[in-house]
Design a binder for this molecule. Structure first.
Ligand SMILES: [Zn+2]
Length: 393
């Protein structure tokens, strides 16, 4: 598939620009027209971290005329292993400011726009509307779904990437020409099921591998050359040193970009949608999360377990897992739940989606119930995978 260029060419290149970009200009597919398009392009990079670092540096060097940087974080020493746009002297500095300084040093002809703020449902539409293309370098699911939804609602393409340990993925999501992120991942993973780089680590150089794919695709979209990564997912395994791409089809039932969309504006709360949980809860859930089907198996085998539903009584009334004892999360947080737990049974916690039970799990584990687990996806997952006859809510 080839697509028309995203950006009209600028009127002209200055003598300085011709000198600077000469290695682009002599590539027939780029040439003067392509470089003028890059000059006219406005690209926003969401996040100046692992993926944003190489992306911003190469977008700047390539001569993208306007580069937006959005990040609210400050540079930490633990960032420097991979976030190469920042240096030792930037530790403690705002990432957006530090990244902007590096961009200006790489290419003073680039106009840098600093958005020193968190991306929120209040500002995402307005910020995105000022750009032709978004490069998504976010590291959490809440922001990822928000970026996707805003881009689809605005009809803008975005280049997505993700990294973990030795594995990377990248794709271009553009609902007008192919699938969106929700077509590939209709639902966020249950909390605790997918560890972040902060929990699981990431090989620093992996950022360059995936970030460079993102820039490569951005340049192709802006200038209208090559076969863009629309409808394809690139999967990179750094240990095997293998790239493979798999087809991603547009889902006609996609709630956002399908035939009968039910999501027609931004969600109120992406954190809640993704069941965002505290660091303590994420740590407790890591390696101690079971699926609803696994719980069913434990029950069927008659294992010595004590299943606790940490939701509220009204939720328990709507639907509950057979045999579960109701002890709302608040009782774990104030400590009163602990005396209700048997010492001689394995504790299995669950809630609606897995967020609250992860919080309760952190309390239970630190109280000494070291083999306690919680159910990823909670009662919703139970309804979906074990007993679809039960009501969902
Ligand atoms: Zn979609």
């Amino acid at each position: 598939m080839s697509l028309p260029p995203l950006v009209e060419p600028a009127d002209e290149l200055t003598v300085d620009e011709v000198r600077r970009y000469s290695r682009h200009l002599i590539i027939p597919d780029v040439g003067m027209a392509g470089q003028k398009r890059l000059k006219n392009a406005k690209v926003l990079c969401v996040g100046a971290g692992g993926l944003g670092s190489p992306a911003l540096m190469y977008l700047a060097a390539a001569g993208v005329g306007t580069l937006g940087i959005i990040d609210f974080d400050v540079v930490d020493e633990s960032n420097l292993q991979r976030q190469i746009i920042h240096g030792q002297s930037d530790v403690g500095r705002l990432k957006a400011e530090s990244a902007a300084a590096s961009v200006r040093e790489i290419n003073p002809l680039v106009e840098v726009v600093i958005h020193n703020t968190a991306l929120t449902t209040e500002n995402v539409m307005e910020i995105f509307s000022g750009y032709d293309l978004i490069v998504d370098g976010t590291d959490n699911f809440a922001t990822r779904y928000m970026v996707n939804d805003a881009a689809v609602l605005l009809g803008k393409p975005y280049v997505w990437g993700s990294i973990y340990r030795f594995d990377g993925q990248a794709s271009v999501f553009w609902a007008e020409h192919g699938p969106c992120y929700r077509c590939l991942y209709p639902e966020p993973p249950p909390p605790g099921m997918v560890p972040s780089c902060a929990e699981g680590g990431v090989l620093g150089v992996l950022c360059a591998s995936i970030g460079s794919i993102q820039v490569n695709e951005a340049i192709k979209l802006l200038t209208g050359i090559g076969d863009p990564l629309v409808g394809r997912l690139m999967i990179y395994d750094a240990l095997e040193m293998k790239y493979r791409d798999v087809k991603v089809r547009k889902d006609p039932e996609c709630v956002l970009c399908g035939k009968n969309p039910t999501v027609t504006e931004l969600l109120d709360d992406y954190e809640a949608f993704c069941g965002a949980i505290s660091d303590e809860a994420a740590e407790a859930a890591s390696g101690s999360t079971i699926t609803a089907l696994e719980l069913k198996g434990m029950m069927d085998r008659g294992e010595n377990i004590f299943v606790v539903d940490v939701r509220e009584p009204n939720e328990y009334e709507i639907v509950s897992i057979p045999g579960a004892t109701l002890i709302p999360k608040g009782e774990f947080l104030n400590g009163s739940a602990l005396e209700k737990l048997p010492q001689d049974k394995k504790i299995v916690l669950h809630c609606k989606s897995g967020a609250r039970s992860a919080e309760a799990l952190a309390v239970v584990k630190s109280a000494g119930f070291s083999d306690a687990v919680h159910v990823g996806g909670g009662v919703l997952s139970w309804v979906k995978t074990v007993d679809p006859s039960l009501p969902s809510y």
